[in-house]
Design a protein. Sequence first.
Length: 191
Amino acid sequence: MRALPLLLLPAALWAGATQAQQVNRCTDPQGRTVYGDRPCEAMGARARLLPEARPAGASGLYRDSCARRLSEVVAQIRAAVDARDPNRLSGIYAWGGLSSAEATRVMDRLDGIVQRPLVDIAPVFPRDPELLPEGEGGAAAADAPPMFAEVPARRPRPVALRLEQTLAGGTTPSRTLLKLRRQYNCFWISL
């Protein structure tokens, strides 16, 4: 009976040695991931490194925060138009509740917006005639009942942003109204 533990001791030591081996994750010259117990260079590959972390404030597709001030929304719209990048503009769009077909139409409209030269971005306040229902704009807007009850002397908050742009020739004006929505303590736009 005493010989049995002595016979099992080499087997236990051998099992412990095999578990201690390292598995290397490497990338071969064709870009495929290769796993092995040998060093990457011995397998004709290179070590697969994690991507470097971006420094704080670096630009990229991922944003770890949202636009909490209206000035940030305006800056993001300007940056998207300057870069002619509808994806950048879509980052501040309120996508909730849209079907795939609706989202495709919205992306087409956002693409059209960023392709036109930007002249100005102006806030739209609740009493602006542009927000009155169809048929009540223009001269009739002065006679229309107020949209909101009088509020104490508080500075009104904008409910939309009006983008003043020009069409291809640069002489024909184009106007787009982006509605503002505040949700989760962030500003979002919609068409």
